[in-house]
Design a protein around this ligand. Structure first.
Ligand code: FMN
Length: 452
């Protein structure tokens, strides 16, 4: 049996992976846009719909970074509304553990799981920086390593809360006058370094018990957290070799936690461009890249590496000769650690620009956000299947470049080809997201401590 492919639909915001200026591009806020993408994904029998999270408007050179502003209304509100207009599609929201509280978030996610009949998923992130924290009471008080400590205890606490109601707690015995079987449903007490809480959880056990847990964050701490606590990873490793290396690394760590390789799905975010011929798809991809990286955008993206005001530079001209400024505060705020070694990356970019004779804009087009799959529907179906069968991934979170219609052609033209190959469902076989993903029922909390 070939592996089955997981497919998810990322709702794009406004940034340089989308083309907001295209006449076919619609609102990132109107409910109709969310409904269109979700219903398209469900028509294509996708596993889940996915929302990222941005909690503060990013800034550059002290001003709002105007490419990255709109498109992120509150995640749980949007997903709850989508639960009412879809029937099978999983609903995944990115929700950070640094600024929230477990009781509140566990309650919201359990409610979403009830409202949707077992389709809720939580993409656990720690968020990147203190800058974002300024929007919140707790500010940016946590060091990087402590963020994962809090995240792990946060998820453990949420699991305790989700399990606090026994399976058959609500009996509704009219004759006997008993509504709940247990005298003390929802009782919990968690005493840990990060959270010290006790009481009764208000939401009875939800259909999945534990909403599906995804994780995004790539450091060694992030990977270990995923291996101990998550059902799936939203990764950045979207090329074949890189994907295979990541897949091997992460799956090989599972045994220490008594987990099977199938218990943790690897799902990179990828883009795609379709055409009737390969040449047409390549041409379209080239056009999309030029729309995504306008002359102004090229300078803004260059500044993010150089950490200097480069507004006086000609976008078609050569790269700066001086090195990035690593001593100053980051010119771009709200985006973390994109370039661990800016001086070395600048050196590589200069070498590439020289070798290929590229000016700033063309260089930026070359080095940022390339499309992952470009070709005819048949070529894309073949490549995606090859990726999954050769263990570079278990599936993909597709990031369309147009909101909200960017998934239409994929669903109409690529999905049937994957179905023909027997690697993607033609109908939903179950009702919960855990079932779609081929995950076993949620393990009880406490089952995830590493063996020596
Ligand atoms: C693929 C991917 C997607 C992410 N999406 C978000 C997001 O939507 N919102 C957010 O605040 N952080 C997001 N993050 C950031 C992570 O939560 C994390 O804070 C950051 O990557 C730093 O952790 P790390 O050092 O383990 O990578 C994402 C990270 C990855 C790798």
């Amino acid at each position: 049996m070939p592996k089955q492919i997981i497919l998810a639909a990322h709702f794009p915001g406004v940034n340089n992976t989308t083309v907001w200026s295209d006449p076919a591009s619609g609102s990132q806020i109107d409910f109709d846009s969310f409904v269109h993408l979700a219903r398209t994904a469900e028509r294509g029998k996708f596993d889940f719909f996915f929302l990222a999270e941005g909690l503060r408007l990013r800034e550059q050179r002290g001003r709002i970074h105007d490419l990255d502003v709109v498109g992120r209304p509150d995640t749980l509100t949007v997903l709850a509304a989508l639960a009412a207009v879809t029937t099978h599609l999983g609903l995944a929201g990115t929700l950070n553990t640094t600024f929230r509280e477990p009781y509140e978030l566990a309650r919201q996610l359990a409610s979403l799981d009830h409202l949707s009949g077992g389709r809720a998923a939580w993409n656990v992130v720690t968020t990147s920086d203190a800058f974002t924290g300024e929007n919140f009471r707790r500010g940016g008080y946590l060091d990087r390593s402590l963020r994962y400590e809090r995240a792990a205890e946060f998820v453990r606490t949420a699991r305790e809360l989700w399990e606090s109601w026994p399976a058959e707690a609500v009996v509704g015995d009219r004759d006997g006058g008993r509504y709940v079987a247990d005298a003390d449903p929802g009782a919990f007490a968690h005493h840990g370094d990060q959270f010290d809480i006790a009481g009764h959880f208000t939401v009875p056990r939800s259909p999945q018990v534990h909403p599906v847990i995804l994780q995004a964050g790539d450091s060694p701490d992030g990977r270990e957290f995923a291996v101990s606590s998550a059902d799936a990873i939203f990764s950045r490793h979207g090329t074949l070799e890189d994907g295979q290396e990541f897949y091997r690394d992460v799956k090989s760590r599972l045994a220490r936690y008594g987990r099977h390789p199938d218990d943790l799905k690897i799902i990179p975010g990828v883009t795609f461009v379709l055409g009737d011929t390969d040449a047409e798809a390549q041409e379209r991809a080239h056009h999309i890249r030029r729309q995504q990286v306008s002359p102004q955008t090229a300078i803004l993206l260059l500044e993010q590496l150089w950490n200097r005001d480069l507004s006086g530079y000609d976008p078609e001209g050569p790269l700066p000769v001086e090195d990035p400024d690593v001593s100053a505060d980051a010119i771009s705020r709200g985006r973390a650690g994109m370039y661990p070694d800016p001086v070395d990356t600048a050196r590589q970019w200069r070498a590439l620009a020289e070798e290929k004779g590229l000016g700033i804009r063309d260089l930026i087009i070359e080095v940022t956000g390339r499309q992952s799959f470009i070709g005819t529907p048949r070529q894309i179906a073949e490549r995606m299947n090859h990726f999954v069968q050769s263990d570079a991934a278990d599936g993909f979170i597709l990031v369309p470049h147009l909101t909200p219609g960017g998934l239409d052609d994929f669903v109409d033209q690529v999905v049937p080809l994957l179905q023909e190959r027997g690697v993607f469902r033609t109908e939903y076989a179950g009702t919960t997201l855990r079932h779609h993903l081929g995950l076993s029922p949620a393990r009880p909390v406490g089952a995830a401590s590493p063996s020596a």
